[in-house]
Design a protein. Structure first.
Length: 349
């Protein structure tokens, strides 16, 4: 049995290339220069390398990889056009964005602008993205193309039931059941879900107490705890599902969600965040749904929407999701209550 979520050599290659692009990572493209002497009990000669590591950690690995890929695309385009990429002129950036706007969404253009800006800032150069020409161009593109995101559908409880019923009765199905239910009940982001270690999970009498050590909105790693109670139905209980996976996986240390090899054996690899999306899409397809309508985020969005539909308060939803802003949570609440207290029911139709 082959596990389509096993390994991610392409991601490793991208990471390596990103590490070779320090201009985007905040060191202005220069190697650290060794210094003589001591400071704080350590060799000063080591400090530039340590500072370089800290600067790299200022942005997540995913952000660094995205910036590196975007910067390579811009650099290649400049080379083809016979234009300088660093420093780039506002006219060069404007022409690049205009061409890109024919095939890419506004969100993609915005990220390319960030990558270009980061590269110039790291090289101590003025960013051309702040020029009036570029800002006016983007305003026109946004007005012309619109900025509404193409949202994926949330996985709601009826969807989840169908997905669980369609899972295979083997080790892959045991793992995926635990991942889907814990991902939904914990309202986890993909990166948070695959970052869980067994040491982060406590099986208590009330359910699961999960320590989330780092997240997108907690980049400094202060951490927070999430509670997941027992489900009313044994078939969709995240606590029982994770316990079943723990017993089969020998969960004592290391990553919670790991890959399986072609023979269905558990291997040491931690699943990538992309694997979460593949697992969701695979389960949706097996349940008869359209996988292109869903993504890894559908579990998190599904929890918030279902909780809002069930009458949960904003505070209780954000306690689980970890949202710092209520803007997104309130959007879920609006979508969840779209047909509750709807004014149309008072019109007599």
């Amino acid at each position: 049995m082959a596990d389509p979520d096993c390994g991610d050599s392409e991601g490793a290659d991208v990471t390596q290339r990103a590490l070779q692009a320090p201009k985007i990572e905040g060191w202005a493209g220069r190697e650290p220069t060794p210094l003589a002497g001591k400071a704080g009990g350590g060799q000063v000669g080591d400090l530039p390398h340590l500072a370089y590591d800290y600067l790299r950690q200022a942005k997540s690995a995913n952000t660094r990889r995205a910036y590196a890929a975007d910067w390579r695309h811009f650099s290649d385009w400049c080379a083809e056009q016979g234009r300088a990429a660093l420093p780039a002129t506002p006219e060069t950036v404007a022409l690049y964005l205009t061409g890109l706007s024919q095939t890419h969404k506004v969100a993609s253009l915005t990220r390319r602008i960030s990558a270009i800006s980061q590269a110039h800032q790291a090289a101590n150069l003025e960013s051309p993205t702040q020029a009036t020409l570029v800002r006016a161009l983007m305003a026109g593109i946004r007005r012309s193309k619109g900025t509404a995101a193409e949202a994926k559908r949330p996985v709601l409880v009826p969807d989840l039931d169908r997905m669980l019923e369609a899972l295979p009765e083997n080790l892959l199905g045991v793992r995926d059941r635990a991942l889907l239910l814990v991902g939904f009940a914990g309202a986890f982001r993909r990166s948070e879900l695959v970052a869980l270690d067994w040491q982060d999970i406590e099986f208590a009498s009330e359910g699961l107490a999960i320590t989330l050590r780092r997240s997108k909105t907690d980049v400094e790693g202060q951490g927070r705890k999430i509670g997941i109670p027992y489900g009313k139905s044994a078939a969709r209980c995240p606590v029982r599902a994770l316990a079943a996976w723990r017993d089969r996986a020998g969960g004592e240390s290391g990553a919670v969600f790991r890959a399986l090899d072609r023979r269905g054996r558990i291997v040491g690899e931690r699943l990538s965040d992309k694997a979460v999306a593949r697992i969701v899409k695979r389960a949706i397809a097996a349940a008869g749904g359209n996988p292109s309508d869903y993504a890894g985020h559908s579990l998190r969005a599904g929890f918030a929407t279902a909780a809002a539909l069930g009458g949960a308060s904003e505070r209780s939803i954000t306690n689980q999701t970890g949202h710092r802003s209520l803007t997104m949570v309130r959007r879920y609440i609006r979508e969840g209550s779209l047909f509750q207290e709807n004014a149309v029911t008072n019109t007599g139709l």
